[in-house]
Write a protein that binds this ligand. Structure first.
Ligand SMILES: [Zn+2]
Length: 302
């Protein structure tokens, strides 16, 4: 299976709760274990600043481009440096490219992305640019898709994405997240499921299964899956209680249900904050393996 990845994802985060080294660690692991061949790795196109204005405000983009500290950029809670701005810009291209792959081959895997907290005019929650919003807006703008959906299973609500598409009836936004946790207040997605502290595998999967029926009922031509692994019970930022196997079943349920309905799925990594970086790599690897099991021998979606 082809994957989308860029050397630009090795960004300079300094000391930070976000385990940014997970990108290259997962990448190296996939190569080392022979799960991906080097020739199957595709580097994304870098979107121009003008293109990013499809969803972001020009004044905000100018602040990012010139690395200007302002309330709009400082709200990211992450460093403002050239490598981070470059990396997140490339991730916008990466999710777009994964979506193109999905439209062609049924599955597109982006080893990055899921920056769902970024708003049109400001950064939030470790996200400068919203790759999910950008990919869908660009595809729509090019006439490649009309109807699409976002399935956001990160621990945190996909507030930026919900806001970006709040007036677009063709883009269905779904978020399943921990209710009493950042962001406050939440935006309104087309479908939100806010879970109580301590929610475990069975309750989570039951809620998710019902929601996926609603997503499929929207008849999307493409789904972007934000496969954040922070609902994990050992996560430092949250209080959901999914096991490793529960997360694997979640990935299986999302990708499996959508593929069986003939819907192309583009996958992005999203968040994950266990105490050990090896664990977050392990959990994202599970998502990759599920995706791969649906790519092999799968017939083209359209
Ligand atoms: Zn998160």
């Amino acid at each position: 299976m082809k994957i989308v990845y860029s050397q630009d994802y090795a960004m300079e985060w300094g000391e930070h709760v976000f385990p940014a080294e997970k990108y290259h660690l997962l990448y190296r692991r996939l190569l080392k274990e022979g799960l991906v061949r080097e020739e199957d790795v595709i580097s994304p196109p870098v979107p121009s600043w003008q293109e990013l204005a499809l969803i972001h405000e020009p004044e905000y983009l100018e602040e990012l481009q010139t690395l200007r500290a302002s309330p709009r950029t400082l709200s990211s809670e992450i460093p403002l440096n050239p490598s981070l701005i470059r990396g997140t810009r490339v991730m916008c291209g990466g999710t777009y490219l994964a979506a193109i792959l999905a439209l062609k081959e049924g599955i597109g895997f982006h080893l990055g992305g899921g920056l769902h907290h970024a708003y049109p005019d400001h950064a939030e929650g470790f996200c400068y640019l919203n790759d999910l919003g950008f990919a869908l807006a660009k595809l729509k703008n090019e006439g490649q898709i009309r109807r699409a959906a976002v399935v956001d299973c990160d621990l945190h609500q996909g507030n930026g994405t919900a806001f970006i598409f709040r007036h677009d009836p063709e883009i269905f936004t779904f978020s399943i997240h921990q209710e009493f946790l950042y962001p406050f207040p939440k935006e309104q997605s087309d479908l939100d499921i806010g879970l109580a502290v301590g929610t475990g595998d069975e309750e989570y999967l039951l809620a998710l299964e019902g929601a996926l029926e609603r997503v499929i009922g929207h008849s999307p031509e493409l789904v972007i899956y934000q496969a954040g692994v922070d609902p994990y019970r050992g996560d430092l930022l949250g209080d959901l209680a999914l096991s490793e196997e529960g997360l694997r079943r979640r990935d299986e349920m999302v990708i499996g249900h959508l593929r069986k309905a003939g819907i192309p799925v583009a996958i992005t990594l999203g968040g994950g904050y266990p105490a050990e970086v090896e664990k977050v790599v392990e959990l994202h690897l599970q998502t990759f393996l599920v995706a791969r099991s649906y790519s092999e021998g799968a017939s083209p979606a359209r």
